[in-house]
Design a protein around this ligand. Structure first.
Ligand SMILES: *Cc1c(COP(=O)(O)O)cnc(C)c1O
Length: 387
């Protein structure tokens, strides 16, 4: 057994990131400033967006887009149950009602064939989540959005570098929101970016993210600037700092390499686990795409084992292998069971995945030996707990 614990995720932080942060600290300019501007420009160019707004997190972007689009009481927003809490909680916090559509069993992405039946006169937006870094089938979603005049707000937290039919996520939808949390494919510590082709919307988000102030602080304090500002509307404090962007500036050029390594590891898992009846492996959708492999999430066929998923994760931990849970379905969480109760069996594919899913270690710094250890541990847990 390996002697050191292997986490399910870890960021790759090298000297260039560290030196850039130190440079910011020594420069005397720590918060939003020239490095955030540079990161914004470079990120925008990478994903092919017209406008990009750097933020303190993806959750901040998910909150602000609801406010900017004036989505609130009486409105409905369609999304997936197989996602992180913030995708749905920001809809609730805006006063709107989340409407959950079941997932496809293979990709665990929202089932686009089941969206139409959930659209009502109150529906304002569709929030697809590119689960694990694999793009949702966007064309039918865009078609529905045109037909019913809805906004498509991509939760692209897993999808930095993901491509759909030859185009990067960030260049396709009316809104794409990325996360740079340390577990994500690239990191700024905490951080997020909202991309859009709509200049007015980008301006509104920029205002809302920083006190509704009509000029950014660093421009006011810079030598050439004038100190005046005006509060155009009440806003939040959701800006990204230069010490965060300092990381992003050096992570972004490494992203394609990170994704190549993630893909190699995922391919290796797929080969090694192909013959195990106890696992249902992630499936690729048939359209042209680049999967960013943010997560590797097999389903444990608990019917074929004497242990459940949580016990499976404990067994891995006992072998010094970490794993993650992405995700317990939203409607299985306490608040949603109470406030958004669904009839039993309303979302059967999400229910099935929620009880069986786990995330195996997947990050660029993993060595081939680490991968071998994960494979051996998974096979060992299965062998020892087969029915
Ligand atoms: C991480 C994540 C978020 C939230 O991102 P933060 O930057 O941590 O706010 C939202 N949606 C999904 C699917 C995520 O994985």
């Amino acid at each position: 057994m390996r002697d050191q614990f292997l986490p399910f995720s870890a960021p790759t932080i090298e000297d260039d990131e560290i030196n850039e942060v130190v440079d910011s600290l020594k420069s005397g300019w720590i918060t939003t400033g020239p490095k955030v501007k540079r990161f914004e420009e470079e990120f925008k160019a990478y994903v092919g967006a017209d406008f990009a707004v750097p933020l303190s997190s993806a959750t901040a972007g998910q909150h602000l887009i609801m406010l900017a689009l004036k989505i609130g009481a009486g409105d409905e927003v369609i999304t997936t149950p197989m996602t992180f809490a913030s995708t749905v909680s920001t809809i609730v916090l805006a006063g709107a009602t989340p409407v959950l559509v079941d997932i496809e069993p293979g990709t665990l992405n929202i089932d686009v064939t089941k969206i139409r039946e959930k659209i009502t006169s109150r529906t304002r937006a569709i929030v697809p989540v590119h689960f694990a870094g694999q793009p949702c089938d966007l064309d039918p979603i865009f078609q529905l959005a045109r037909e019913f005049n809805l906004t498509v707000i991509e939760d692209a937290a897993h999808a930095v570098g993901t491509e759909y039919k030859g185009k990067r996520i960030g260049s396709l939808a009316s809104v794409s929101i990325f996360s740079f949390h340390p577990n994500k494919n690239m990191t700024t510590g905490e951080g997020g970016m909202l991309c859009t082709p709509d200049e007015e919307l980008a301006e509104q988000i920029s205002l809302l993210k920083f006190h509704g102030m009509n000029r950014e602080a660093w421009k006011r304090f810079a030598a050439a600037g004038t100190p005046g500002y005006d509060i155009i509307l009440p806003g939040f404090k959701y800006n990204m700092m230069d010490i965060q962007a300092a990381l992003g500036i050096h992570q972004l050029p490494k992203l394609d390499g990170f994704i190549r390594r993630r893909t190699q590891i995922a391919d290796c898992y797929n080969r090694e686990f192909a013959d195990l009846a106890e696992l249902a492996l992630p499936k690729l959708a048939p359209y042209e795409q680049r999967h960013a492999w943010h997560l590797y999430t097999p389903l444990i066929r608990i019917e074929k084992l004497t242990i459940n998923r949580d016990q499976f994760m404990e067994e891995l931990k006992g072998r010094n292998i970490g794993s993650g849970l992405h995700y317990k379905a939203i409607h299985h969480h306490a608040w949603y069971r109470e406030h958004l109760p669904l009839p039993p069996g309303a979302l059967p594919n999400a229910d099935y995945a929620s009880d069986r899913i786990l995330s195996l270690p997947l990050f660029p710094k993993m060595t081939d030996e680490d991968v071998t250890h994960v494979v051996a541990a998974v096979k060992d847990v299965i062998m020892k707990n087969r029915r």
